[in-house]
Design a protein around this ligand. Structure first.
Ligand SMILES: *Cc1c(COP(=O)(O)O)cnc(C)c1O
Length: 392
C-alpha cells in the first residue's frame, strides 16, 4: 500500500523544487539574441544578482553548474602555481580545491571537521605563519551541503584581517544564497559564487559569480584565464559577450521569474522563512534523538545550517527510510554523501519550500521511523509545530 499519489516533494539539497511560475516562464519560444526581451532580462538578472549577493561588484552568469563557477572564480583571478588555502568543513570546499589543483594551483587544505564550522582562530594562525604571503586565496563554503555545516563568513574575514593577510577571500554560497544572510561587501568577500538550482529555485544549468575590486585587480595579472570564463571578454559591449556565445535563454527567463519571486517575498523575509523552517527541523531532530539512533551530524548547534540538516540514523537504516518516504509518502529526502555515505539522511529546507512541505516531510520521516521500527523519540513533528506556533 502506498500513499504516494499527490504532489511529490523534492526535499534534497539541490536541485530543489522549482516553482510553477518559473517553469511557466521558461515555456516559450526562443527569441532573438541580438535585440528584444532577452537584453532586458540580462540587465535585470545581473542587477538583481548584485542585490542578492549584496555587492556593488561585477556579476557574471555562466551556462554551467556550480563546478563551472568554481573554475570561473579561480581562473579569472589566479596564476599557475599560486597557493590557495582551502578551509575544510565537509565535502564541498575540498571539491573546489580539487578543481583548483587540476587548473594548475597549489592547494593546501586547512584540515577541519564534518561536524564543526571552520575555526577562525586556526585560519588566523595559519595565515600569520605565512609571512611571505605565498597564499593568494582562501576558499570556503558558507554552507557545506554534505555535512550541514554553516560557516561564519564575517568571522573568517576578521581572522584574515587579524593576520594582516592580503589573500583573496572567495566564498561558495551555492547552498546558502537566498536562504540566509550573505553580505558580500560588508563582510569583505572578494569573490562569491552560487548556482541556480538550490536557494534560487531554478533548474540546474546556470551559475553566478560576483567579483569585488580586489578580484578585478587580480584579474589583470591572472594567467589561468580561459576563453569561456573570461571576465574581460564578458565585460564587452555586445550582449552575446556576457555569455561568451548564445545565451541560455530559457534558463534566463526562468531565473528572472525566480528573482522576481524572491524579491516579491523580500530577501530578508526569505532568510527568516529559512531560519524558522531550519529551527523547526532541528526541534524535531532533538526529540527523535532521544531514541538513541538518530543524531545531528553537526555537533555545534550554532554551526547547523538553515538550508539543509544532516542526520545520522545508524548504518543500514538510511536506505530503508528514504525508500519509505519516497515510495510510500511521495517525498524524496537526500541521502548522505562522502564520508557519511549510507549513514544518514539530508533534509533540505532550501529554496521554494513552505511550512506544509517541511511539516509534511518531518511527519513522513517520523512515520517512517515508526513503521520501520527504528528507535526514536516520539513527537518530533509535534515539537516542530510547537516551535512554529510560538515563533510565528
Ligand atoms: C551543490 C553544491 C556544489 C556543486 O554544485 P554543482 O551545481 O553540482 O556543480 C558546490 N558547492 C556547494 C556548497 C553545493 O551545495
Amino acid at each position: 500500500m502506498t500513499l504516494r499519489n499527490g504532489k511529490e516533494f523534492l526535499m534534497i539539497p539541490g536541485p530543489t523544487n522549482v516553482p510553477d511560475e518559473v517553469l511557466r516562464a521558461m515555456h516559450r519560444p526562443a527569441v532573438d539574441i541580438y535585440e528584444g526581451p532577452l537584453l532586458e532580462t540580462t540587465d535585470y538578472c545581473l542587477a538583481k544578482l548584485k542585490e542578492t549577493f549584496r555587492t556593488n561588484g561585477k556579476t557574471y552568469i555562466y551556462a554551467s553548474n556550480g563546478h563551472g563557477a568554481w573554475d570561473a572564480a579561480l581562473c579569472n583571478t589566479l596564476r599557475r602555481g599560486d597557493k590557495v588555502l582551502v578551509l575544510e568543513s565537509g565535502r564541498f570546499a575540498l571539491g573546489w580545491g580539487e578543481a583548483g589543483q587540476i587548473n594548475g594551483l597549489n592547494v593546501e587544505v586547512l584540515p577541519g571537521s564534518w561536524e564543526k564550522s571552520v575555526d577562525p582562530k586556526r585560519l588566523e594562525d595559519r595565515l600569520a605563519m605565512d609571512k611571505s604571503h605565498e597564499i593568494r586565496a582562501v576558499l570556503v563554503v558558507q554552507v557545506d551541503t554534505a555535512s550541514g555545516v554553516w560557516n561564519d563568513i564575517a568571522a573568517l574575514r576578521q581572522a584574515i584581517d587579524a593576520a594582516g593577510h592580503p589573500a583573496l577571500f572567495m566564498v561558495d554560497t551555492i547552498a546558502s544564497l537566498g536562504c540566509m544572510p550573505f553580505e558580500m561587501d560588508a563582510w569583505g568577500v572578494d569573490v562569491a559564487l552560487t548556482g541556480s538550482q538550490k536557494g534560487l529555485m531554478c533548474p540546474p544549468g546556470l551559475s553566478f559569480v560576483a567579483a569585488g575590486p580586489k578580484a578585478d585587480e587580480a584579474h589583470k595579472t591572472a594567467d589561468l584565464r580561459t576563453n569561456y570564463t573570461d571576465w574581460t571578454f564578458r565585460q564587452g559591449a555586445e550582449h552575446y559577450q556576457k555569455y561568451c556565445g548564445t545565451p541560455p535563454e530559457h534558463l534566463l527567463f526562468g531565473f528572472r521569474k525566480a528573482l522576481e519571486l524572491l524579491f516579491e517575498e523580500g530577501l530578508e523575509k526569505a532568510w527568516r522563512r529559512h531560519a524558522l523552517l531550519g529551527e523547526a527541523t532541528r526541534r524535531a531532530i532533538e526529540v527523535w534523538s532521544e531514541g538513541g539512533v538518530v543524531s545531528f551530524n553537526v555537533s555545534e548547534p550554532h554551526a547547523r545550517s538553515n538550508s539543509v540538516t544532516v542526520l545520522k540514523i545508524g548504518e543500514g537504516n538510511a536506505a530503508a527510510l528514504r525508500d519509505f518516504t519516497k515510495e510510500v509518502c511521495g517525498v524524496t529526502v537526500g541521502g548522505t554523501i562522502g564520508d557519511l555515505s549510507g549513514k544518514g539522511i539530508r533534509i533540505a529546507h532550501m529554496g521554494h519550500v513552505n511550512a506544509v512541505m517541511l511539516l509534511g516531510t518531518l511527519s513522513a520521516v517520523e512515520l517512517g521511523f515508526q513503521r520501520l521500527g527504528m528507535p526514536h523519540g516520539k513527537g518530533g513533528a509535534q515539537a516542530a509545530m510547537d516551535y512554529l506556533a510560538q515563533s510565528l
